[in-house]
Write a protein that binds this ligand. Structure first.
Ligand code: 4AD
Ligand code: MG
Length: 434
């Protein structure tokens, strides 16, 4: 084999003969010319097979290769104004590596999403899915870069946990030897609080599990969450961090993928351009007012559901930060507002265009007796939280953090209806394969 040339670097090889290693995406023919669309993971290029340029058996092969045959193609790189990548390949020879054992199940026509999810391992090869996965990669890298540039330390949180963090109704139980039951983590937050007292500014970034019995376009049972936690930070500082973080991630993805977002995903990127600080801030109480005025029956103390989130977010051209929710509806660890103990010092970031909550977070209870009372009030087993209470027993300080679900963020950036396309292999209530 010759040294591999990738389609993404094709411009460097103009006028030269090269060999590509890829798969046949599509082909068409017009008598003396066969046009093969060959993809190699970095891009797609049109390979033109002219009858007069190749051996007769090669010309025949070029018109009979099935979709998704793997192949090598050798030819001359030529500039072409009509090509989306600016170049095409004038084929000298080609050779199949492996021909499909059966007809490829995903043709060049509309398929239902249910079918495509069933074929997810193959669906990933489509151009649209490649773009989405590349955006996801960029988002994940931007997340790491953002925290790295600000002096945060990445601290990995455990996946097996002894207790709930976000309510007992969405726990996945796992048998755990002689110790009885373990649970798949719902959030690394409690561990990040301990780590923040050691390292100051920390974050974890890994898979998270929720036994959500909701089949909505925003819910997965397994998703990736990034969770920063900072010692000596209050809610205001936390909200500033949230808006800087979200803008950084969105602007990085936009700068890198503007072209594919527009041409492949048909995203209206002007909506993303607006995502810059400062983000509007409203209290939960003000949000309830907005929702009621829009004619939705909702009273103070109710959860803000998906439809209501959209009503609030519609008022703004950028993400909106809703803070100070009723303490009763929030997890045990939230600190209550000293100015109004009915509300918790928490904040959700709602993305525009109906994408809803992408971030949840806030300031944590740092007072030992108050936290003990909250654990009791939420009927959580105190023994399992003894280590967590130690974080308050030894040099407790105000601290805050948040969690962002990567899939909801990518769905928003890409303009996708459902989060299932943003993760390589989605896990949902009704799906665990492929
Ligand atoms: O609001 P949540 O439940 O907050 C926490 O877990 C906190 N412990 C985070 C923290 O403060 N360290 O979840 C945070 C985010 C949501 O805003 C959403 O983006 C995502 O995680 N998320 C989900 N994404 C996909 N499917 C689900 N079932 C999700 N549940 C939450
Ligand atoms: Mg939440």
């Amino acid at each position: 084999m010759r040294p591999t040339v990738y389609i993404a670097d094709i411009a460097q090889h103009e006028g030269k003969e090269i060999t590509l290693h890829g798969w046949l995406y599509n082909r068409r023919s017009s008598g003396k010319l066969h046009f093969l669309q060959v993809r190699d993971g970095t891009g797609t290029i049109q390979c033109v097979v002219f009858k007069g340029n190749v051996a007769p058996e090669v010309f025949h092969e070029a018109d009979h290769l099935p979709q998704e045959s793997s192949l090598t193609v050798t030819g001359l790189v030529k500039k072409d104004e009509r090509s989306p990548i600016g170049f095409e390949l004038d084929v000298k020879s080609l050779a199949p590596v492996a021909k499909p054992a059966r007809e490829y199940p995903i043709g060049h026509k509309e398929h239902g999403v249910a079918f495509l999810m069933e074929q997810r391992h193959l669906w990933l090869r489509s151009q649209r899915q490649q773009v989405i996965l590349r955006v996801r990669h960029t988002v994940e890298k931007a997340i790491r870069d953002f925290f790295d540039e600000r002096g945060f330390t990445l601290v990995d949180a455990p996946i097996f946990t002894p207790s709930a963090c976000e309510g007992t109704s969405t726990l996945f139980e796992v048998p755990y030897f002689d110790l009885g039951k373990a649970y798949l983590t719902q959030s690394g937050q409690l561990y990040m609080e301990a780590a923040a007292m050691a390292l100051g500014k920390v974050y974890c970034f890994g898979p998270t599990f929720r036994a959500e019995k909701s089949k909505t376009r925003r819910h997965l049972t397994e998703f990736w969450m990034v969770e920063p936690e900072v010692a000596y930070m209050d809610l205001d500082g936390d909200m500033e961090l949230m808006e800087q973080f979200v803008s950084y991630v969105v602007q990085t993805a936009l700068a890198k993928h503007r072209k594919e977002l527009v041409s492949v995903l048909e995203r209206d990127v002007s909506k993303l351009e607006a995502v810059k600080p400062p983000f509007p801030r409203i209290t939960y109480t003000e949000a309830v007012d907005v929702i009621q005025k829009a004619g939705h029956p909702m009273k103070w103390g109710d959860d803000i559901g998906g439809d209501e989130e959209t009503v609030v977010a519609k008022q703004f051209d950028r993400p909106v930060m809703v803070h100070r929710y009723p303490a009763e509806m929030k997890a045990f660890y939230f600190k209550k507002d000293p100015a109004d103990p009915k509300v918790a010092l928490g904040c959700d970031v709602l993305a525009p265009e109906g994408y809803g909550e992408i971030i949840g977070g806030g300031q944590r209870e740092d007072d030992l007796p108050t936290l003990e009372a909250a654990i009791e009030h939420h009927q959580l087993p105190k023994e399992a939280f003894e280590w967590y209470l130690d974080v308050r027993r030894y040099g407790s300080v105000p601290h805050a953090g948040f969690g962002m679900g990567v899939e909801r963020c990518v769905a928003w950036i890409c303009g996708l209806h459902h989060v299932r396309e943003t993760i390589p292999f989605a896990r949902m209530m009704e799906r665990i394969t492929p």
